[in-house]
Design a protein around this ligand. Structure first.
Ligand SMILES: [Zn+2]
Ligand SMILES: [Zn+2]
Length: 341
């Protein structure tokens, strides 16, 4: 079979590999869609301390069971696979905080991922209910977007996005688009979308129709749009410290700020006016991936139409074009790019 294997930063190869075999408690799938995101760009360019190459990349995975050595699964089952695998046994997991499991492993990092014709779903994934049946009417490509949507869901739960909120999303990539749609589904009053790249913003805004699309002077615009209150929730879906600093200044009293996107590890320090946090009773939250339960609920949001994703998938490419796909993502030239191995 063909796989896309990471060997070193800048060295991702399409190779022939033997088909994997499902061991006890495992399931083998024919990968039908594995979508790409900024994380794949980061891994391709810089590697990752949890990846010991060579490793098949790809973590937004949907496919069809072809071989099962696990109870409850049979050939023909259409499935979506979690990306982050919690251990299920540590103090955090036992408290239900699976997104911050310190023993977390990931598909495409510790295990071969979905940029391949076939893939084995590790027993550890099945042990934490990390394999989800794709509901009828949901395609494989849409199902592959359940993983990033699950992360977005975790972020908005932590930031308590709810009815009546004015929500500002900074960054109009695929994650920003999912944030706009989910905020609407959760009853937000108005959703604003900001990006410093006007072209990317225009494309995203055309699809997800925010109440305002802001490409410059974001602080002035948000002040004006909210009569000086600020946004009840500000979500940064961009790897920029400057956006995080602005986010704190643009939050309304008792506002919530989600640092959804992480910062480059060599430059993670920002300036924060602590008195804004104190007097305005702000809450700043992080977001670290998603739990298996978030993935199941994300699939449900897609299936019910609460969060449509089909129109966000703007490019479908074969596995042999994975480098072109990663380049497209790096340039921000598409919303969601999916690989169809
Ligand atoms: Zn991803
Ligand atoms: Zn754990």
């Amino acid at each position: 079979m063909k796989v896309a294997r990471f060997h070193a930063p800048g060295d991702l190869r399409i190779e022939e590999a033997p088909e994997p075999v499902a061991g006890p408690g495992e399931v083998k799938i024919r990968v039908r869609n594995c979508s790409t995101c900024g994380t794949d760009v980061k891994i391709y360019k810089h590697g990752h301390h949890h990846i010991d190459p060579p490793r098949v990349m790809g973590h937004e995975i949907a496919g069809e069971v072809v071989e099962s050595a696990a109870p409850g699964w049979a050939p023909g089952d259409r499935v979506q696979v979690i990306a982050a695998i919690p251990c299920g046994r540590c103090a955090e997991c036992l408290r239900g905080r699976m997104t911050v499991c310190p023993n977390q492993e990931s598909m495409g990092y510790h295990y071969d991922g979905g940029f391949a014709e076939y893939m084995v779903v590790p027993a550890k994934v099945l042990a934490v209910d990390g394999l989800n049946r794709i509901p009828d009417g949901v395609g494989f490509a849409e199902a592959s977007v359940a993983e990033p949507l699950a992360c977005v869901l975790n972020g908005q739960e932590l930031a308590r996005v709810g009815p009546g909120d004015d929500v500002l999303i900074m960054g109009s990539g695929p994650i920003g688009c999912l944030h706009v749609r989910l905020a609407r589904a959760r009853g937000a009053a108005r959703v604003f979308l900001a990006d410093i790249n006007p072209d990317r913003l225009a494309v995203a805004a055309g699809l997800v129709r925010p109440d305002a699309a802001i490409h410059a002077d974001v602080e002035e615009h948000v002040a004006k749009l909210t009569d000086g209150r600020g946004a009840d929730v500000v979500i940064t879906a961009a790897a920029a410290g400057a956006a995080q600093e602005q986010a704190i200044r643009m939050a309304a009293r008792q506002g919530r700020i989600s640092f959804f996107g992480g910062l480059p590890k060599d430059n993670p320090i920002i300036a924060c006016d602590s008195n804004l946090v104190h007097y305005r009773e702000l809450t700043i939250v992080g977001a670290n991936g998603s739990s298996p339960a978030h993935n199941a609920r994300a699939l449900d949001l897609i299936a019910t139409g609460a969060v449509p994703v089909a129109d966000l998938i703007t490019e479908r490419l074969p596995l042999t074009d994975v480098l072109a796909a990663i380049d497209t993502v790096a340039r921000g030239a598409a919303i969601k790019v999916t690989i169809e191995p």
